[in-house]
Design a protein around this ligand. Structure first.
Ligand code: DGP
Length: 120
C-alpha cells in the first residue's frame, strides 16, 4: 500500500466491493457509486497511482491513452457509441475532484445536455 492509497486502491485489491465492468492488464472499470447518467463508469490505472492529471508526466502518455481507449471499447461493447457518450476527467478543487487516484468518467445512456456549467 502506498502513501497515496485511496478508496480506489481498496477496489483494485478487492478489499471493498464494486461492480467491475471492465478489466485488462492495466485498467479497471467499475460503476460509479453515485451515477450521474444511466451508465456511469470510472476507468482507473491499476498498477500506479497518479493523484491528478496535473501530476501526469510524459512517461504516462501511453497509460492516459489506454484509459481513453478502454472507455471507448467499453462504450462500443455496450452500444453507447451509436448515440454517443461523454468522458470527463476532473482535476482538483474547481473541477470537484474527490478521489486522488486519477480516473476517467464515462457517462452514457441518455442525452447529457450542454456541457460547461459554471458554479456549484
Ligand atoms: P471525482 O469527483 O472526479 O473525483 O469522482 C470520484 C467519483 O468516485 C465520484 O463520482 C463518486 C465515486 N466514488 C467515490 N467513492 C466510491 C466508492 O467507494 N465506490 C465507487 N464505485 N465509486 C466511488
Amino acid at each position: 500500500m502506498s502513501d497515496n492509497d485511496t478508496i480506489f486502491g481498496k477496489i483494485i485489491r478487492r478489499e471493498i466491493p464494486a461492480t467491475i465492468v471492465y478489466e485488462d492488464d492495466e485498467i479497471l472499470g467499475f460503476n460509479d457509486v453515485s451515477p450521474q447518467a444511466p451508465a456511469h463508469v470510472l476507468f482507473i490505472p491499476k498498477n500506479t497511482v497518479i493523484p491528478t492529471l496535473d501530476d501526469a508526466e510524459p512517461g504516462d502518455a501511453a497509460l492516459l491513452g489506454r484509459l481513453m481507449l478502454a472507455a471507448a471499447e467499453y462504450a462500443r461493447r455496450q452500444g453507447f457509441h451509436q448515440n454517443g457518450y461523454r468522458v470527463v476527467m476532473n482535476c482538483r478543487e474547481d473541477a470537484g475532484q474527490t478521489v486522488f487516484h486519477l480516473h476517467l468518467h464515462l457517462l452514457a445512456g441518455a442525452p447529457l445536455g450542454h456541457f460547461g456549467a459554471i458554479g456549484r
